[in-house]
Design a protein around this ligand. Sequence first.
Ligand SMILES: Cc1ncc(COP(=O)(O)O)c(C=O)c1O
Length: 359
Amino acid sequence: MTRPVRAAIDLKALRANLQRARAAAPLSRVLAVIKANGYGHGLARVAEALHDADAFGVASVEEALVLREAGIAHPIVMLEGFFEAGELAEISRHRLSVVIHHEHQLQILEKTDIARPISVWIKIDSGMHRIGFPPEQAAAIYQRLRGSNKIAARIRLMTHLASADDRGDGYTGRQLTDFRAAIDGLDGERSVANSAGVLAWPQTHLEWVRPGLMLFGVSPFLDGVAQQEGLTPVMTLSSRLIAINRFRRGEAIGYGGSWVCPEDMPVGVVAIGYGDGYPRSVAAGAPVLVRGQRATVVGRVSMDMLCIDLRGAPQVQIGDEVELWGRNLPVEEVARLAGTIPYELLCGITQRVPIVEQG
Ligand SMILES: Cc1ncc(COP(=O)(O)O)c(C=O)c1O
């Protein structure tokens, strides 16, 4: 038996989640955000499954080229644009679109010769305060780009939401108002909505939506889970029980002896750890599923293994499959117990975890 950890990727669920985004924003085109190796699911694989998307969003020219090499001919948008002049030749050659968010990119563009005009999105900072031009500069930047022969005629406009994951937060409405005011009178398609915008803020849909997380079947909301949003989890992370041992009351489990058996009990060992991307920060008591029953993590997560309390599942055996998150166990729940967000868990699956496609 080879080491049994696996990430199963349900391509049918991926396609269904794209349809869910389309149903939520029926008048918008979908720029599917698949950066960070398709949120850990595999970049080319995800793009191929999502061929019905209108465009793809990535974080670097390297990611964009992986898609082109896989034969993906869709528009591809580099969401942080380019970082240095050396990228512009590839960007032009492969017809990549770039987000322009800062003066220094404009200066690079103005100084660099390119073979063919490139297509740009201007990013306005409507309140996220990460990247983007201040709203009062939007018109001037737009005119400057319009006057450049290095830029394709069609300029698009975007901003990013800071708090759309909280349905009750008025900040999203204010960001939208400020974005609209900043680009008033500028001709161009607009994009605001991330997954939370797609699902909860219809006024942000405009011409293009940019869902990422929801495509992978995960709720973008603070306390949500996928099923509530009509989404199907795409990644199921699993491994198997490689040992079942009995310990006596008072015996401590794992590094540091941080968890002590409250009674004589069986403890299972699962072949997965932080070396695979399962978070070490998970609180003792995090759930796993074994033979469809919940068991909980006890003691500290090690690099290659973790231990689970098998008092509630006495009939399980060595070799049984254990689900860490996915189809039957929400990654949202595990993320909360690990003090993080599902994005980090999905992107954090390490290279040694084999990916198995389904559907
Ligand atoms: C600019 C931009 N748009 C859209 C997204 C997609 O966000 P989400 O995964 O929350 O849908 C991201 C992700 O971080 C992003 O950076």
